[in-house]
Ligand binder design. Structure first.
Ligand SMILES: [Zn+2]
Length: 376
């Protein structure tokens, strides 16, 4: 299982209202010697690249890191070219999948050998330039030792979340927030915490700390192969939504932990899927079901109302996201913000839950637990 530590006591002593966010889970899979060589057109176009081997899903993630959203991949075969179009019907990719063995879990894609030369058709991606739209009130502090790749993931994930808030909720962050990225794991709020990110609220000021040297952050990069996407884009979005929760009143001890975390998890995937198209519905579903299957059925969603219950199993994040997806079925997206505003204004969470989501928590829990068996 995942190497995720949860020593929370040190944090509570430092900043009372800190939340701990993990947002990463899954098993650590061995990463291959993956490297993509060649110039990739970030504004879209054709590229000839050499791939150091591994699944097409990983190649696409590597290309996206470089600004190329791969729409198709072509390789030489018997004097001609055969192509692979991600997401296309089986018949389209038949020649390609006949040539290469297909592997990777849970979304198998063709595995290309070391040194494969390929023609990549790139679409303009939402690369680092996305950061241009960040509010001036949000500051980034990046330690000198942080790699460009890690910085890019964190800036992009944050910007994707900001973009989502502006387009879906009509406005992004307005408070003074800071996002700090540490390479040595000694950021003030996370000293000794053994975690990779925290968001804290002191007088409505949010802080997210990342430790890119932490094993959890490093391990996130190895999840690409089994799931076909890199969770490191969703984690910063998840943390950014916690900053938003601080602003709109969702960070409230009255609100169940699974709702706070499930909302951030839900929004982060919604935002990444909307902006990048990098994660398909199916990939997300598999990822969440995989995580949720690691939570024993004896640990109900209701038991995750408390922080202790929420953080007991790494897969609780997936379960909370699945819970939120079910809760929001047929609801307006605004309902979750209204719920937070209600509770911040003094209503009980149970009263607001019933008013905003049209069912009591008890009725919702009963219905949700009845679907749990399908997560396995
Ligand atoms: Zn979180």
């Amino acid at each position: 299982m995942i190497a995720r530590t949860s020593s929370r006591r040190g944090i509570a002593a430092l900043v009372l209202t800190c939340l701990l966010m993990f947002g990463i889970r899954g098993e650590a899979f061995a990463a291959g010697p993956e490297e993509l060589q060649g110039s990739l057109p970030a504004t879209g176009g054709i590229s000839i690249a050499v791939w150091n081997g591994g699944p097409v899903a990983r190649l696409r993630a590597a290309a996206l890191e470089r600004g190329c959203a791969v729409s198709s991949i072509w390789v030489e075969s018997n004097g001609g070219l055969i192509g692979y179009v991600p997401g296309a019907p089986t018949v389209v990719n038949q020649a390609f999948t006949a040539k290469y063995k297909v592997g990777g879990f849970p979304t198998p894609t063709p595995v290309l050998p070391v040194g494969t030369a390929a023609v990549l058709i790139c679409q303009a991606s939402t690369g680092p330039a996305r950061v241009n739209g960040m509010p001036s009130t949000v500051s980034f502090t990046i330690d000198a030792g942080v790699s460009t790749t890690d910085e890019t993931w964190i800036r992009n994930g944050s910007a994707i979340a900001e973009d989502y808030l502006r387009n879906v909720y009509g406005g992004g962050l307005t408070a003074l927030d800071s996002i700090k990225v540490h390479a040595d794991g000694t950021g003030a709020a996370i000293t000794g915490a053994g975690i990779q990110a925290t968001s804290c609220s002191t007088t409505n000021v949010g802080i997210v700390n990342y430790s890119t040297t932490h094993a959890d952050w490093i391990a996130a990069g190895t999840f690409v192969q089994p799931f076909g996407f890199d969770p490191r884009v969703a984690v910063p979005a998840h943390e950014y939504f916690h900053l938003w929760q601080i602003e709109v009143g969702c960070i409230n001890t009255q609100i169940p932990s699974w709702m706070t975390e499930g909302m951030a998890e839900y929004l982060s995937f919604q935002a990444v899927q909307r902006r990048d198209g990098l994660i398909s519905d199916d990939q997300r579903r598999r990822y969440e079901y995989y995580g949720a299957s690691g939570v024993p059925s004896s640990a109900t969603l209701q038991s995750m109302e408390t922080r202790a219950g929420m953080f007991k199993y790494p897969g609780s994040y997936s379960l909370a996201d699945l819970g939120f997806q079910q809760l929001l079925k047929g609801q307006r997206a605004e309902a979750m913000r209204e719920f937070c505003v209600d509770v911040a204004g003094g209503k009980t969470w149970q009263t607001s839950f019933a008013a905003r989501f049209g069912q009591t928590p008890e009725a919702f829990y009963t219905a949700f637990e009845a679907t749990r068996s399908s997560f396995r």
